[in-house]
Design a protein around this ligand. Sequence first.
Ligand SMILES: [Zn+2]
Length: 201
Amino acid sequence: MNVTIAYAEERHAVIAAQRRCWEQKMQSGNGGNVSVRVAGSDLMAVKATDCSFQGEDVEAVVIARLTGALVDGTRTPTKEALLHGAIYAARADVNAIVHCHSPWAVGWSLTGRAIPNVTYHSELKLGGPVPVIDTGSYSVAAHQIDTVLAGFDSASGLRAVVLQGHGLVAIGRDIDDALCTAELVEETAHIAFVGSMLGER
Ligand SMILES: [Zn+2]
């Protein structure tokens, strides 16, 4: 019997993106979450809570309203669905979000300093140091969402922030754009660390 999966394209986009993060060791265990906007609606496909980036089960991705309310799926949306939805609500240009606990970016965030654009490529693509925001928790509370949104400086085109001791959040016009930004932030944090060990910065 064929069972039709609602929003299959969006669900598979989330799964493929999460798999790419997992393969690059940007997320292990069951942390992090990726979402994509369902075009022309107030819906998003977002990872369910307690699911791994490694998995390929479409049930691990649910369809939720931008408020975080479940619309389609058998599992509970990630606790960070509220943050994803708030970003989509505030930024019509954003259609995908990658949030992962990538070790170089999170390691650098412990300094409390923004990740500097230490390479020509990061300077070109990131458009400024990546801000580090301390929410004092493993998650982003409703009253902290505006602070995170302010970290995405639309004037300079900056499309990433790092939550201190937690993980990076990258936004994009599509899922590949958000992934490339997340990867560039992680790469830049790694290179910045190497440079600092060599006494360059
Ligand atoms: Zn997280």
